[in-house]
Design a protein around this ligand. Structure first.
Ligand SMILES: Cc1cc2nc3c(=O)[nH]c(=O)nc-3n(C[C@H](O)[C@H](O)[C@H](O)COP(=O)(O)OP(=O)(O)OC[C@H]3O[C@@H](n4cnc5c(N)ncnc54)[C@H](O)[C@@H]3O)c2cc1C
Length: 494
């Protein structure tokens, strides 16, 4: 197994897109098989080592940044298996954790299949998307990664390699799981008792529902319970056609009405994505796209799957909806083929990229939210963000998955004083969204940056329940310490 400890080789492993600067590690291991991953963990306690798992570094919460621990890079485990049709008109593909999402999608597409999860950044590793239950614009229709995973192979913290299939291990009536493992022996633990928020997207803390499956505990656990080494993913038949459109609005009220009607399926529309760009996001994008219309209150991007035969009817439904909501249809950008679709998707992807470029020239980091409310409350979330930032006089943008009432607010502070005020506002917004029954994170996860707010979400007792699960599987605390659970909880909990 390759091991590197020279500063130039490890520098890249001390960062992701969070701007967290405190990363440090003695060195990075590059296992080339699942068994090698398990071996590292098997001897971790005896070797006095802790490990942080690294995907491809596109995470936004510092999850892969080691704070003194060794790193296990998943880079070399990048094998993509063959597509195999299964029951129900679906197919599966088995992939190793370090395969790039975009390569898996391309392989599926080359054989006429479709893998729906689409975090905007497709250069992430599949294993990370499972560990983080990543989602994206298409989650409006298809749900997050969790809904598309049929099995996982996990290297557990004590060094067992465990295959977990959907339907293969379900919690007992008392919420308990029982495992009998070659290395760790007999384990019994209870799922956390907290209730989860009533949002359609949620990725904060361990998944926990009555009668839940073991596989769902691992999906979204951000590498704290085990290292995903392989996953079997469900594929759907590639839709015959996809149309997409970016609709600009002159009035915010019209835009919000359009979202409301599109979500309801008015006029027969059936979107698979409904995404927002507020007016400030469009200002940002104008740097790269000068053709963005002036005096625009915001834009909605939507996608719908259709067929050659139904395409015209589908477009008519959308046009009627746009007109009934006062959109200047002649200004809209429509995509009716795959090239047009790629261009519009590139437009979407360009926004966070431009923001990150802008930030790299600033002294201060952005303060960003990933919270969501119950779907029907998208207006409240938008207005809460907009009004709070206007009151403070901040430079900010609001964009993202409005169809799921999941919006990203990015506050862009100009100096330290403004950064401190933005952090204060962030704390207030967390309190407000949680009091409205929302979630702290709908997709990016908690990592190291947001663990203190997770305590606010689940309370001390909820955190202790998470610690009990963690300690049952990782009694020597060797894996991804600092992610999700603040370290102080390990000291106080036995
Ligand atoms: C421009 C941009 C847009 C984005 N848009 C979205 C979006 O729309 N939706 C969304 O959900 N996310 C989005 N993200 C976040 C990010 O792409 C996802 O979180 C992705 O899953 C991270 O993958 P990675 O390989 O880069 O992981 P890394 O950043 O390297 O790691 C992320 C976390 O996963 C853990 N991990 C990595 N591999 C494994 C493994 N095999 N087993 C267990 N734990 C592991 C790490 O320890 C870390 O905690 C975006 C990021 C960027 C930069």
């Amino acid at each position: 197994m390759i091991y590197k400890d020279d500063p130039s080789a490890i520098a890249g492993f001390l960062e992701d897109t969070s701007n967290l600067k405190s990363g440090r590690t003695p060195g990075v291991f590059f296992p080339e098989s699942c068994e090698e991953v398990a071996q590292l963990l098997r001897s971790a306690a005896a070797d006095g080592r802790r490990y942080t798992v690294a995907g491809n570094g596109t995470g936004t919460t510092g999850g892969r940044i080691p704070l003194g621990d060794y790193v296990i890079s998943m880079q070399k485990l990048d094998r993509i298996g063959e597509v195999e049709p299964v029951e129900g008109g679906l197919a599966v593909i088995r992939v190793q954790a370090g395969a790039l999402l975009q390569d898996v999608q391309a392989k599926a597409a080359s054989e006429g299949w479709f893998y729906p999860p689409d975090p905007t950044e497709t250069s992430c590793f599949i294993g990370s998307t499972v560990a983080n239950n990543s989602s994206g614009s298409r989650s409006f229709r298809y749900g997050p990664t969790r809904a598309h995973v049929r099995a996982i192979r996990v290297a557990l913290p004590q060094g067992d390699l465990l295959e977990i299939t959907r339907g293969g291990c379900i919690a007992g009536a008392d919420g308990s799981f029982h495992l009998d493992l070659p290395v760790a022996g007999k384990l019994r633990f209870l799922r956390p008792e907290y209730s989860m928020p009533a949002t359609s997207k949620h990725n904060a803390g361990y998944w926990s529902t009555p009668g839940m499956e073991l596989i769902d505990l691992f999906i979204g656990s951000e590498g704290t319970l085990g290292i995903i080494v392989e996953a079997e993913l469900l594929l759907r038949p590639m839709p015959e056609k996809v149309i997409a459109c970016l609709v600009f609005f002159r009035r915010e009220e019209d835009l919000l009405l359009f979202v409301e009607e599109a979500r309801k399926g008015s006029g027969g529309v059936r979107p698979r994505a409904v995404e927002l760009f507020d007016s400030r996001s469009l200002e940002f994008l104008r740097q790269s796209y000068p053709q963005v219309p002036e005096k625009t209150a915001g834009a909605i991007y939507f996608e719908e799957e259709t067929t050659e035969e139904a395409e015209e009817r589908c477009m008519e439904g959308w046009l009627e909806l746009m007109e009934s909501c006062g959109a200047p249809t002649e200004q809209s950008w429509a995509a009716l083929d795959s090239e047009g679709l790629s261009r519009l998707r590139e437009f979407r992807h360009r926004l966070p990229v431009l923001v990150n470029e802008w930030l790299s020239r600033q002294a201060e980091s952005k303060v960003s939210t990933d919270m969501a409310l119950a779907d029907a409350r998208f207006r409240e979330l938008f207005e809460l963000y907009r009004d709070s930032c206007n009151r403070e006089g901040f430079t900010y943008i609001i964009f993202g998955h409005i169809g799921n009432a999941h919006l990203h607010l990015n506050i862009l502070p100009r100096d330290r004083a403004e950064f401190d005020r933005a952090k204060r506002l962030y704390r207030q917004l967390v309190t407000e969204v949680l009091s409205m029954g929302g979630t702290l994170s709908a997709e990016h996860g908690i990592g190291k940056l947001k663990s203190e707010y997770l305590v606010q979400m689940y309370g001390q007792s909820g955190m202790r329940e998470m610690v009990r699960v963690k300690k049952a599987l990782d009694p020597y605390l060797v894996l991804n310490i600092g992610n999700l659970i603040p370290e102080s909880f390990y000291e106080s909990e036995t």
